[in-house]
Write a protein that binds this ligand. Structure first.
Ligand code: URA
Length: 408
């Protein structure tokens, strides 16, 4: 088998490593046949092309988590070790004792350093006046600062910060993450290319403190809390007017939304747009979002088939939806389908029983439950489809009537 060289975008390029690993482990390429290197100043990342002949495989979550931790370690052969872990799993072989020992030690170091970095950052901030950009120094020999960049950014509510390490600087400008290795110009670092931090972000993440919708959207875009984030193309956050008085909540992005990064732009979205128009509602005046911000699907050889979001995904995304409602403060919230209705009402919902009437929500807004547009698309009978579509438009009109200026 020819020797392969994989060039990753940067020192902690977990996304690049994962793409290459999928392809190479699927072709059963032994770890010894691969050289992992980092792109320099002039050359750019090069990953192996996807191979249609490569075997598809799944890796238990614990294996991927350990691989992600390896990528953050200070070991010079960390990408090889992480690959070996996956390769051994695919081949059904136990990982050698020496490699397993090194991985266990590297894992403990990364977890200790993560804890240390977070504690030190929090402590430094408690004595910081918050008006000037925070600048700190860390001696960590590994990629723990990069992997915790999201966490640090959230702790500072998106205010600029800078961490100087002996060989590099990591800087959040308030808009983008920059990394400057010794003697190199600063380069933007895409947070979605980084490994998830060794410790979960959830207990430290205080979304309720974020007051700008843009900042919440940015936090959600780099959220890796639930496993769906690893499979979906991207987070699909809500979009629309920040001062909207009407908010629509669907279930989760579909296949097209997942690729486009925008809610309700596929077939259900087109039907939704038509119904909005007929009800006299301009989509631009509203805010449209989903209960769950990632596409959940099952892969077949030719397609990605939608799978219903479950309680775990709904719970993981609940803080994002709560933040959208808190910041936008709509007067009317239209729940499109059972997932949105039960998530927002906090109980089991039967659409036929609860639709088409206004329900007082705990924040003082009016809720309205109606069908999901994709339900209308699925109805096989044309007459039923026309009838149900009219009912849907009437529900939208009822919701809009709450916004009509009072006539005296
Ligand atoms: N279905 C949804 O619930 N949301 C979308 O964004 C698209 C389809």
């Amino acid at each position: 088998m020819p020797h392969m060289t994989v060039t990753l975008a940067h020192e902690a390029d977990f996304a690049g490593w994962r793409t290459a690993t999928r392809s190479l482990a699927g072709r059963h390429t032994p770890p010894a046949d691969i050289t992992w290197q980092i792109a320099g100043g002039t050359e750019s990342a090069t990953l192996p092309a996807p191979d249609p002949e490569a075997a598809r495989f799944t890796v238990p979550r614990a294996v991927m988590e350990l691989a992600a931790i390896m990528v953050q370690s200070a070991l010079p052969d960390r990408f090889t070790l992480a690959y070996t872990l996956v390769y051994d799993h695919v081949m059904g072989m136990p990982t050698g004792e020496e490699a397993a020992d090194r991985m266990a030690r590297a894992r403990d170091d990364v977890i200790t350093h993560t804890r240390h970095l977070r504690d030190a950052f929090r402590e430094a901030l408690s004595g910081h006046d918050g008006t000037t950009p925070y600048q700190g120094r860390m001696e960590t020999p590994d990629l723990v600062p990069e992997s915790n960049a999201r966490f640090l950014t959230l702790q500072r509510s998106f205010a600029p910060w800078q961490l100087d390490m002996p060989d590099r600087t990591l800087r959040w400008t308030g808009h983008e993450m920059l990394r400057e290795a010794l003697g190199q110009a600063p380069r933007p670092l895409d947070p979605t290319s980084l490994p998830p931090p060794a410790l979960p972000m959830v207990p430290d993440l205080d979304i309720t403190r974020i007051t700008s919708l843009r900042a919440v959207a940015l936090a959600a875009k780099t959220c890796l809390i639930c496993p769906m984030a690893a499979h979906a193309t991207q987070t699909v956050f809500g979009e629309g007017r920040e001062t909207a008085r009407m908010m629509f909540v669907g279930e989760q992005p579909g296949d097209i939304e997942d690729r486009a990064g925008r809610p309700f732009v596929g077939p259900a979205g087109q039907l939704f747009d038509r119904a909005l128009h007929e009800a006299g509602i301009g989509r631009d005046d509203t805010y449209v979002t989903n209960t769950v911000k990632h596409f959940k699907f099952r892969r077949t050889p030719t397609r990605r088939i939608h799978e219903k979001a479950g309680p775990a995904e709904i719970a993981a995304c609940a803080p994002w939806l709560a933040a959208e409602r808190r910041i936008i403060r709509p007067a009317v919230v239209v729940m499109l389908g059972v997932t949105a209705a039960s998530a927002l009402l906090g109980r089991a919902v039967t659409i036929s029983r609860e639709r088409s009437r206004l329900i007082a929500l705990e924040d003082g807004s009016d809720g309205l439950v109606t069908v999901h547009p994709s339900y209308l698309l699925r109805l096989p009978d044309e007459a039923a489809r026309a009838r149900e579509y009219d009912r849907f438009v009437n529900d939208l009109r009822l919701a809009a009537s709450r916004l009509a200026p009072a006539v005296t």
